[in-house]
Design a protein around this ligand. Structure first.
Ligand code: AMP
Length: 285
């Protein structure tokens, strides 16, 4: 496994690998857990034994809206590299922020529809930061395919839209959400929960899965949202940032289940913000 930090080293490593074999990218911010390793496994499937699996590790400053979140984001690089090596990654790209962003940079990618609600509404500029870095990583690695987690389902939808709207020659592969045995979605931020918060946090997944089973007939959507909300705020440790039912494709809020929908939430435990969601299939009336 090769580890590169500069654009020139990355280019040299890609050139040395030669053309022809597919390059598959798994973009991450590090603090790798089993969810990330599942991305790597899917990347290998996609690349084949002779293809090149590239992991990028970059805590992208321009997608953070809260300084405390950026500063406290875990950065265990040595462990991350060991995990990549054990998972059979071919190339790890760990760029410096200064090399990624010129001080006088003036271009960014803006998605204007799918990013309006949910996390986009609460984290100004977040998805511009995500799209901008993802496009740069696609260009820098010249990847044929890239793997993204369904855990960040709004991000996945926005990246797919960017690929479609900008004709990017990159196939997007979705990785199902990997969970702890108690149901909590794996996240690099989970290590920042104190023991009480960590013990409480699986209620998010429970609340969404229980609510998603409620019959979605007349007043069903309201009942679903009320049930999920009540199950989360029953904990004094949890504070809801948002809880919404949105159309699975447009991500716009819905009040019926005529089409497939997604019950999505962001919950604060102290200053740690966790997101999760549950698909709710259409229920014909
Ligand atoms: P992050 O390092 O949090 O930016 O995540 C990097 C990639 O891993 C994103 O595509 C995430 O959606 C994905 N990811 C993070 N956590 C999980 C998880 N628990 N299951 C599946 N994919 C995940």
């Amino acid at each position: 496994m090769k580890v590169v930090t500069t654009h020139a080293e990355l280019r040299a490593a890609l050139d040395a690998a030669g053309r022809g074999a597919p390059v598959v990218l798994a973009p991450t911010m590090g603090a790798l857990h089993h969810g990330h390793l599942e991305l790597v496994r899917l990347a290998r499937n996609e690349a084949g034994p002779r293809g090149m699996v590239v992991v990028s590790i970059f805590v992208n400053p321009i997608q953070f809206d809260r300084a405390v979140d950026l500063e406290s984001y875990p950065r265990p690089l040595d462990e991350d590299l060991a995990r990549c090596r054990a998972a059979g990654v071919d190339l790890v790209f760990v760029p410096e922020a200064a090399a990624m962003y010129a001080a006088d940079r003036s271009v960014r990618v803006h998605e204007s529809l799918l990013s309006r609600g949910l996390c986009g509404a609460r984290r100004p500029g977040h998805f511009d930061g995500v799209c901008t870095v993802v496009l740069k990583l696609f260009m820098l690695t010249r990847c044929d395919a890239a793997v993204f987690g369904e855990k960040d389902f709004q991000q996945l939808a926005i990246v797919r839209r960017m690929v479609r709207d900008l004709d990017l020659p990159v196939r997007i592969v979705a990785c199902p959400t990997v969970r702890e045995t108690d149901g909590l979605a794996m996240s690099s931020r989970n290590v920042r929960l104190n023991p009480d918060q960590r013990a409480d946090a699986p209620r998010i997944h429970r609340a969404l899965s229980d609510a998603a089973r409620i019959d979605g007939g007349i007043d069903g959507v309201r009942a679903m949202l009320d049930a999920a909300r009540a199950a989360i705020v029953a904990s004094p440790l949890a504070r809801i940032d948002y809880l919404e039912l949105v159309d699975a494709e447009t991500l716009q809020p819905v009040d019926t289940l005529e089409r497939d929908a997604v019950l999505a939430t962001a919950v604060f435990y102290g200053d740690v913000r966790l997101i999760d969601h549950m698909r709710v299939p259409a229920q014909p009336s």
